[in-house]
Design a protein around this ligand. Sequence first.
Ligand SMILES: Cc1cc2nc3c(=O)[nH]c(=O)nc-3n(C[C@H](O)[C@H](O)[C@H](O)COP(=O)(O)OP(=O)(O)OC[C@H]3O[C@@H](n4cnc5c(N)ncnc54)[C@H](O)[C@@H]3O)c2cc1C
Length: 491
Amino acid sequence: MGDVSPPAQTHPAATQALLAKLGPQVVLTDEAACFAASFDNMRLSFMPEAVVRPATEEDIGVTLKLANDHRVPVTVRGRGTGTTGACAPIKGGWVIHLDHWDKIEIDPVSAMATVQPGAITAHINDLAAPHGLFFPPDPSSVKHCSIGGNIATNAGGLRAAKYGVVRDHVYALEGFLPTGEKVRWAAPLRKFVSGLNLRDLWIGSEGTLGVITKATIKLSVLPAARRTFLLAFRTDEAALEAAIDLISQRVNPSVLEFLDIQTVAATEKRRGQRVFTDAELSGSAETHAALLVEIDGHPAVLADDAAKVLAWAKRHAVAFRAPEDPTEAEALWELRRTCSQAMFALGDAKLNEDVVVPIRSYVALLRFTREIRDRFGLATPTFGHAADGNFHVHIMYDRFNPEHCRKAEQAIREVMEKVVELGGAITGEHGIGLAKSPFLTLQHTPAEIGAMLAIKKALDPNGILAPGQIFEPFNVWEHRPIKVTLPWDKH
Ligand SMILES: Cc1cc2nc3c(=O)[nH]c(=O)nc-3n(C[C@H](O)[C@H](O)[C@H](O)COP(=O)(O)OP(=O)(O)OC[C@H]3O[C@@H](n4cnc5c(N)ncnc54)[C@H](O)[C@@H]3O)c2cc1C
């Protein structure tokens, strides 16, 4: 089952006071509710003392004020798809769970949506589509994650290079300071430069600076047409160099996903079938690296871009598919959708990183992952968003093998050091949470971390919101993940 930690501190008097104020419908203390709110996709469980499911905004203010009075740790939870443990209540205390706050209002004239934080991101798109609009950020978890979680992590996704990350699509936020006062940052307006921009400070702050209760987000015009291409390359380097060449053609693809040979091999193993046939690969039995490309836009522009992509594919790829039929195009996505789960064919557990490197360092990063694989004897399948350099480097290992764990720990540190040496970022979309806290000092100077902590102290003087997250180095290896099947595991 893994480790289920009891709360690090207990605050029975404060929890009783909270129950007395908000009632047992809002304040849940049973083991099942506490367990369900104790972990995210990182699967390390830390039991809270209570789960608060607010009925009104006032409930949130009351909870935070009481937490400050009694110094109770509070963690905010969206839908728990985070991969870094950021919504896990590592210090116990209370979890504010907002998945039932899921109202979505579309304003088609202003091309905006006003949303409650628990709304599932894909549902926003379901309601925007009939108006010819969409919310472009699309983490692969889009059918499961919440918009509140997306804002708190500044989520990215497959289409970020063309359309931007969540930060580029937020007009206004409402919510509560850690001290319990209601605030509104900016307004549902296309322009707003009054005062300091604390809206952007909240975006990506991983639930450490406030509780988001409402957001006004920007919707964009839904592209009228799309074309999808899947290409095979003999080497990882050839695929990456082709990706860089496509970027230089100024085509601006909406999706440019790279899958290295290890990733494609894992997917082929899981499916029991090759991605490209022997005939397509001119009789070659070797697994090839792949690029999945999508272009979108007005049909007239798309035809021009499609011609450029086809010419590019002929120049670089060993084989490619470019179906015009949307159903056939949809089938090409199967490889990308299944690759994350397929990796378990290479190891019992994985470290899943989301590093970013500059375009000129793509090949250097990939070669380094293979060097790590050969030196440590652990598979390092890597795939990701080649248009913005955001690569998911994985280290596969056996979690019950202490030697594997020791090697994986060393291997991931070396990857992080290399990324920083290449001028990159230790995280491009998942955030720091617990998982990457040991590497924060690789990325930031003491002065930078000091400035972040000064802001945290100013907004949260008693340190009650998300304590233990981001700034305290966390040792992942001292904890055993729990064994649970989560809704997104099935894909
Ligand atoms: C299969 C899979 C694929 C994924 N693919 C991507 C991807 O392509 N791109 C990407 O960016 N991420 C991806 N993720 C990670 C994850 O889905 C995102 O980080 C997502 O934004 C988290 O949303 P959530 O609702 O699950 O938040 P949670 O996991 O519940 O919380 C995440 C953080 O947000 C904070 N938070 C949540 N709600 C609020 C609120 N109302 N106010 C203040 N803080 C809040 C929490 O405290 C925590 O710090 C993936 C995850 C999975 C499981």
